[in-house]
Design a binder for this molecule. Structure first.
Ligand SMILES: Cc1cc2nc3c(=O)[nH]c(=O)nc-3n(C[C@H](O)[C@H](O)[C@H](O)COP(=O)(O)OP(=O)(O)OC[C@H]3O[C@@H](n4cnc5c(N)ncnc54)[C@H](O)[C@@H]3O)c2cc1C
Length: 401
């Protein structure tokens, strides 16, 4: 019987298994995950579960028993290498595969010299979340290093819990590289309006472990920022070392074609944060660390492997959301392609602001601050690369409703 081995029991791995069965695949499936838990969702780790408003069980990704999918699950087991067409596990066993799906995600990047200290955290796993939640519950102040989305969400959760929060960011404007300066400033304002101290353009030189048990950051200008606990959210790293046996370059992730097949292989696929797909809409290679991409890629890979019709829309555009202070920020498309940004809806406050990103006069992305209905209206226009004029008339029409 054909055997599909899926390595990585997170969002991409689990959805691949589910979509395989949904597409009628009747062969053997094995799912390998190095975490002890059944697959769970990560977005609540910086939001509801960190805040304590959801029980952990609510993050479970699969409703029902995994066994009902007819999958052999190896939890708490790492894939450590390949031996021909077999995956080597850390207990010495091997899983021979006909098709291998790699959905191993990414790991949080640590800063050089970042100490292992019980009050200094990164956030990727349920264990990370539990430890950070424990610190937040005891602390009066939090230091956030890195004003990216994870840092911003943790800052928001901690502020709502009543902590004093200081955010350190190396760039002059948070999110400037992703969202541009104008919208980056609005994201920073969302923090400062809610009482967070945001210090931009700073360089962290070292961490100092406080005698009282807290942590402090020493900055290049000689100042020290101390807090009871801290979190470092400075991006992610890829770990493809165990895939060296494939004999393909894994720099920048697993290089996949538009169906997820790792280029240079005939039976290995990449899904989710680890996978740099040649994007069907844009043509270039993109590694997208977004929830929706992992889900969509899992569907495409599963349908290919099962020999079923591929139902993914050809006009798929990346989608991301973030929840902060009761507002949902949503982004569709690609800001990185933009040469100009224009406010499409400007209610004079953060909530309801919608910005359009244009490249050579065509709409390439839309960012909305808690305007889901409007955002949905622009989805089709982003996919179609609508002209500035079309977008402006759509904005006028939507504003008049
Ligand atoms: C705190 C947090 C909040 C987020 N919030 C949002 C959000 O609001 N919106 C959004 O769009 N996205 C969000 N994301 C991103 C989203 O969760 C990821 O894009 C998604 O989880 C990617 O799925 P994945 O399957 O690629 O990786 P993962 O979900 O990370 O799963 C990979 C699994 O593989 C395991 N693994 C790694 N190496 C091995 C190995 N060698 N052997 C066996 N197992 C291995 C890992 O431990 C992990 O369990 C958030 C992420 C985090 C961490």
């Amino acid at each position: 019987m054909v055997h599909v081995v899926v390595v990585g029991a997170g969002l991409g791995g689990l959805r691949t298994v589910e979509f395989l069965r949904a597409a009628g695949f009747s062969g053997r499936i094995s799912l390998v995950g190095d975490e002890a838990h059944e697959p769970y969702d990560r977005p609540p780790l910086s939001k509801q579960i960190l805040a304590g408003t959801w029980p952990e069980e609510r993050a479970a990704l699969h409703r029902g028993e995994l066994a009902d999918l007819g999958v052999t699950v190896h939890l708490g087991r790492s894939a450590i290498g390949l031996d021909g067409d077999a995956v080597e596990l850390d207990d010495g066993s091997q899983l021979r595969y006909d098709t291998l799906v790699v959905a191993t995600g990414v790991r949080p990047r640590r800063l050089p010299g970042q100490p292992d200290h019980p009050e200094l955290h990164v956030l990727r796993t349920l264990e990370d979340c539990r430890a950070l939640r424990g610190s937040i519950s005891r602390a009066r102040s939090l230091l956030v290093v890195g004003a990216g989305f994870i840092g911003a969400e943790v800052a928001a959760t901690a502020r709502v819990a009543g902590l004093e929060v200081t955010m350190l960011e190396a760039l002059p404007v948070p999110f400037a590289r992703v969202l541009g300066e104008q919208m980056g400033l609005l994201c920073a304002r969302l923090q400062t309006d809610n009482g967070v101290t945001v210090r931009c353009g700073v360089r962290l030189v070292d961490f100092v472990v406080d005698d009282g048990g807290g942590i402090a950051a020493l900055l290049a200008d000689g100042s020290v920022v101390a807090a009871d606990c801290g979190v470092v959210g400075v991006g992610t790293v890829i770990d493809c070392g165990w895939l060296a046996g494939l004999g393909v370059s894994t720099e920048g992730g697993l290089l996949c074609d538009t169906t997820g097949l790792v280029e240079g292989t005939g039976n290995v696929y990449g899904v989710g944060d680890i996978a740099a797909w040649r994007h069907p809409t844009y043509g270039d290679r993109l590694r997208i660390e977004h929830w929706t991409s992992a889900t969509e890629q899992a569907a495409v890979v599963a349908q290919h492997v099962a020999g079923a019709e591929v139902t993914r829309l050809a006009d798929a555009v990346p989608y991301f959301w973030s929840d902060q202070y009761g507002l949902t920020l949503q982004l569709i498309g690609r800001c990185d392609l933009a040469t100009s940004v224009e406010l499409l809806h400007d209610p004079g406050m953060i909530k309801g602001t919608v910005a359009g990103y244009f490249a050579d006069g065509a709409l390439v992305a839309v960012l909305a601050f808690h305007a889901p209905r409007l955002l949905n209206r622009y989805r089709r226009l982003v996919a179609a690369g609508a002209s500035e004029q079309e977008v402006r008339s759509a904005a006028t029409e939507l504003a008049s409703r």
